[in-house]
Design a protein around this ligand. Structure first.
Ligand code: FAD
Ligand code: SIN
Length: 532
């Protein structure tokens, strides 16, 4: 089966949907998404979206905070264009119906998070992402030029080089092979422009704040197709996810600390003062490392986040979702401190793109968390991710429309997916076993504190697992679990290789073998391309 449209958008979070809505008045759009349309990381975002909305604030200040958080590895040009593009992009979300919380004067309520020197975060209570996603989903569902394919999982990109079976100096993307998870059929989606908006890769770690969809598929597909991948060593660990045997890494928003909550040891003493002058509102890498250190030196399984001094009325009003969710786990955050631990949260690296989201492969764009635009450098500033998705969603859409005007590529004949001699697998356990092993290995050896020895050990393990997956992959019919496993292994390999390449500690990459930040030799992106 073959489906063609002007645009193929893979992913339905803030980036993919913002892009779709910009091009759909002029072109036909197919959106494919792994689960239901709204099941994205965007949907789980809590804290908010950063932008300069207050007169006391300035673009200069937001840009400087972004540079400081990113340990000065961010590209200042990109930082400026995202920060300055913020108010317009957020107005776009409001125009689609996003209802951000207002204060009693009717002004937008601006909250604070770590690393921000001003209150500049718009939020919709403590469920900002759900509100943004709701508005965008409604708009795309109502658009006549957009066709939505839920439970469709992209397997691999189709490129001209692949079709012609030879290396080409200027490779071009023609669409993607996509698994319909209901029928198990692999469908060929042809498109003039393909957009990867597949989000992050938290699932490569044992503990993560991310939903199940975040298995790094976009990065892995782009890498296999020959695109440049950058800065994968910078996996951000969010300092505060709930520590509870039955909670699957439920996030306790940084806005909770922004509004006064304090991190404490099990004996009740606050500790962040020891680590940074901004205390609990230091950039995320510093807070996560401090918690890791406190847990190690005190032999504790978690630390505690205390907001009891703010009182029940305030907490219920400002953080209703967090309050209610914690109650279900038997924790009343207005009466007792919340047990928390860090967890993998955000991939700062990804597919290397230019200032319009264009990858190194023609007609292939990458936007949102899957991309590496240069905004985040070595560590993302809180609430800059939704912002980047909205700004780059629009920039990439506009650039792609210009490209289509000037050059309309003909569709070559693309071979249907060939499943060769594959048979149904009766060894599903191999998939789950390898999956667990990768995630545990990444957590233990490629976590918050690293060393050359641990990284090398992790690379050896992942390489062996990749060999097993490769044998298995070509022998059996593909399933979405097997696809994810193959992608997780690729992403794990890329994170480890980038981490081994960076011989310094900077931002999220902290290694006991190279403790200093080395601006002379290392102030550059770590870039990896597949060799064919
Ligand atoms: P996503 O929203 O993750 O969407 C990815 C899409 O790609 C999904 O539709 C998925 O199904 C699809 N997909 C993936 N692989 C495939 C495939 N192979 N085939 C088909 N479809 C595929 N950031 C902020 O700025 N502020 C916050 O307050 C905030 N809070 C957060 C709270 C949580 C719990 C989490 C997890 C993240 C938070 N973040 C926050 C980060 C932010 O939410 C994400 O970085 C951002 O939403 C990513 O948007 P995206 O459009 O790039 O991808
Ligand atoms: C949070 O609410 O703490 C998440 C904010 C972010 O990831 O930017």
């Amino acid at each position: 089966m073959k489906i063609t449209s002007d645009y193929l958008i893979i992913g339905s979070g803030i980036a993919g949907l913002s892009f779709a809505l910009k091009v759909a008045d002029q072109k036909t759009v197919a959106i494919i998404t792994k689960r239901e349309l709204h099941e994205t990381s965007t949907n789980y975002a809590q804290g908010g979206i950063a932008t300069v909305f207050s007169e006391e604030d300035s673009f200069e200040s937001h840009a400087e905070d972004t540079m400081v958080a990113g340990a000065y590895l961010s590209n200042r040009e990109i930082v400026d264009l995202v920060v300055k593009g913020g108010p317009k992009a957020i107005q776009g979300l409001i125009d689609f119906g996003t209802d951000f919380t207002r204060n009693s004067d009717g002004e937008y309520d601006l909250t604070r998070e770590g690393g921000h020197s001003h209150r500049r975060i718009l939020h919709a209570s403590d469920i900002t992402g759900r509100e943004i996603e709701r508005a965008l989903v409604e708009a795309v569902r109502n658009h006549p030029n957009i066709t939505i394919y839920e439970y469709h999982c992209a397997v691999d990109l189709i490129t001209e080089a692949k079709v012609k079976n030879r290396r080409l100096p200027k490779n071009r993307c023609l669409g993607a092979y996509v698994l319909d998870s209901n029928s198990n059929e692999v469908i060929t989606f042809g498109a003039q422009v393909t957009v990867l908006a597949t989000g992050g890769a938290g699932k490569v770690y044992l503990y993560t704040s991310n939903p199940d969809i975040a298995s790094g598929d976009g990065v892995a597909m782009a890498y296999r197709a020959g695109a440049a991948i950058a800065n994968m060593e910078f996996m951000q660990f969010h300092p505060t996810t709930l520590y509870h045997p039955h909670a699957k890494s439920f996030l306790i928003s940084e806005a909770v600390r922004g509004e006064g909550a304090v991190l404490k040891r099990s004996d009740g003493t606050a500790f962040m003062e020891k680590y940074h002058h901004l205390k609990d509102l230091a950039p995320r890498d510093i807070v996560a490392r401090a918690i890791d250190n406190e847990m190690k030196i005190n032999g504790d399984d978690c630390v505690f986040l205390d907001m009891t001094h703010k009182g029940a009325d305030y907490i219920k009003e400002r953080f209703p979702n967090i309050y209610e969710t914690l109650l279900k786990y038997g924790i009343d955050m207005s009466q007792q401190p919340i047990p928390v631990v860090p967890a993998a949260h955000y991939l700062c690296g990804g597919i290397k793109v230019d200032s319009h989201g264009q990858t190194e492969i023609k007609n292939l764009f990458a936007i949102g968390e899957v991309s590496c635009t240069g905004l985040h450098g070595a560590n993302r500033l809180a609430s800059n991710s939704l912002l980047e998705g909205a700004v780059f969603g629009e920039r990439a859409a506009m650039r792609s429309l210009e490209n289509i005007k000037t050059e309309i590529p003909e569709f070559p004949v693309v071979a249907a997916w060939d499943c060769g001699t594959a048979i149904n697998s009766d060894e599903e356990v191999v998939v789950t076993h390898n999956w667990d092993e990768i995630r545990l290995c990444m957590w233990n050896y490629v976590g918050i504190v690293r060393s050359d020895k641990r990284l090398t050990r992790a690379l050896n393990r992942v390489t062996m697992i990749q060999e097993e997956i490769s044998d298995y992959y070509w022998d059996f019919y593909i399933t979405s679990d097997l696809l994810e496993l193959r992608n997780l292994a690729t992403v794990a390999e890329l994170i480890i290789r980038c981490a081994l390449d960076r011989k310094e500690s900077r931002g999220l990459h902290y290694t006991i073998d190279h403790l200093e930040t080395d601006d002379i030799h290392c102030k550059k992106d770590t870039v990896i391309r597949k060799t064919f």
